[in-house]
Ligand binder design. Structure first.
Ligand code: NAD
Ligand code: USQ
Length: 404
């Protein structure tokens, strides 16, 4: 046994496999989750491609294959500070891993209610977590899942650093000030805005209350199964492909499986960071083993394996599957083309040798999309959330050589 860890948002796509991975490593794991992600699916009429068991069935399956218990608390961390604080007071975990936020950029831009909900939910879950740690004088290590999206997607002619920037501010008479500042944020959605705000909360609480915080700026996570989720059908991880929660690779794989042209937004020149779900769980374990000291500023690690251009991904999947590519009007407001180089030195130094798309994507396609192809609902595919009014999502423009 090497400590206890409370996983906030442990029923979700990243949280569930991480909970199992840490449990298998000997941590005593407990989950807090209000199951809001499942309810959002119900409201959207969407569902995971993989059939997701109830949280009770999931935990029972883990117990049956490993003999290990994972406790579950169904609490809304944003709305019920008192009950959440009581769980922390009772458990006094050595570490907290915080995944409990509304994580879809398109959903966060859908309309007034979704914008309000995302701000309210995400800001409060983060603040309530920090507040409870101070309230209870809890010396736990907080590991938060942030996003590489806080850096923005304009092309900068340098390798993006890990969270901080060394700056020189010129003054008069040849004088200058040197400082290290948080890398300036450039959020591209209400969701990304909440992740930018999270950084300021962490900076404040690390400085004022000496909380020990690691913020992981993670790229787009792809893949579904991990060695632990493969151990029983009820442990299978979720796989979202709908217009709001489906991330780009999942969507392309599902589209290819049913002969739906791959929906590249705009010219597909957007370059993004990617990481496989198995490495998400590994990175969190590495972060837990390497906590900052009290009084240190928040430790920020970039959590990514590689960067790729969207149209290159589409072409790779088209080559693998024979799918067609459709270049559609972009429902989002984002740079049409960008270069992206981003350091992941901290995790490399800790020994991460990440899974790369070229190596593993084919396995994923066969295993998950092949197995559950009959569950695909083509009506869930079109992107419905617009960044600004006046966009026409899903319209095929056939730019950049699209064949549709
Ligand atoms: P997810 O929606 O699958 O999981 C989030 C979980 O948090 C859900 O189970 C949800 O029910 C729970 N939750 C949300 N609000 C809550 C609240 N107020 N109280 C209690 N539980 C609450 O999302 P995910 O893909 O697993 O992402 C987890 C975290 O990782 C998010 O913070 C996200 O921003 C970050 N992240 C995800 C990706 C990705 O590609 N999925 C990439 C980078 C960063
Ligand atoms: N895209 C397409 N076609 C599609 C879907 C998406 O071309 O059918 C494009 C988007 O326009 C965007 C890129 O693919 O340029 C990535 O979109 P995405 O939906 O895969 O990912 P994103 O909205 O960026 O959000 C996801 C997670 C979020 C996480 C983020 C990491 O949902 O929680 O924070 O990845 S990052 O991209 O670094 O901000």
């Amino acid at each position: 046994m090497n400590g206890s860890v409370l996983i906030l948002g442990g029923d979700g796509f990243c949280g569930w496999p991480t909970a199992l991975h840490l449990s298998s490593q000997g941590y005593e794991v407990a989950i807090v989750d209000n199951l809001s992600r499942r309810r959002i699916d119900d409201r959207l009429g969407a569902s995971s491609l993989t059939p997701i068991a109830s949280i009770q069935e999931r935990l029972a399956a883990w117990r049956s294959v490993t003999g290990k218990e994972i406790a579950f608390y169904g609490i809304d961390i944003a709305a019920d500070y008192g009950r959440f604080r009581d769980v922390l007071a009772d458990q006094r975990p050595g570490a907290i891993v915080h995944f409990a936020e509304q994580r879809s950029a398109p959903y966060s831009m859908k309309g007034t209610d979704e914008k309000n909900y995302t701000i309210d939910n995400n800001v409060r879950t983060t603040h309530h977590t920090l507040l409870a740690m101070v309230d209870l004088a809890l010396d736990a290590h907080l590991v938060h899942l942030g996003t590489t999206g806080v850096y923005g997607y304009s092309t900068v002619d340098m390798m993006i650093t890990e969270g901080y920037l060394d700056v020189v501010i010129p003054l008069d008479e040849g004088r200058s000030i040197r400082d290290t500042i948080l890398y300036p944020t450039q959020p591209g959605s209400i969701y990304h805005l909440t992740k930018s705000l999270d950084q300021l909360f962490f900076q404040f609480y690390a400085q004022n209350d000496r909380l020990r915080i690691t913020d992981l700026h993670q790229g787009i996570v792809w893949g579904t199964q991990t060695p632990e989720t493969r151990r029983h059908p009820a442990l299978v991880n979720r796989f979202d492909y709908d217009g709001d929660y489906g991330t780009v690779l999942n969507r392309f794989l599902v589209e290819a499986a049913i002969g739906y042209p791959l929906t590249v937004h705009g010219s597909g020149g957007q370059t993004r960071a990617f990481i496989n779900i198995q490495d998400t769980a590994r990175c969190i374990a590495l972060a837990l083993q390497n906590p900052p000291a009290a009084g240190e500023k928040p430790r920020i690690f970039n959590q990514l394996a590689e960067t790729k251009r969207v149209r290159d991904l589409a072409e790779m999947i088209a080559r693998m599957t024979g799918a067609e590519i459709a270049y559609v009007d972009n429902p989002r407001k984002e740079a049409a083309e960008n270069e992206l180089a981003m350091s992941n030195q901290s995790f490399r130094d800790l020994g991460l040798a990440p899974i790369l798309l070229e190596e593993y994507l084919f396995t994923e396609t066969i295993e998950i999309v092949g197995a559950y192809k009959d569950r695909i609902d083509p009506e869930l595919i079109p992107a419905q959330s617009l960044w600004t009014t006046g966009h026409r999502p899903g319209v095929v423009t056939n730019r950049a050589g699209g064949r549709s």
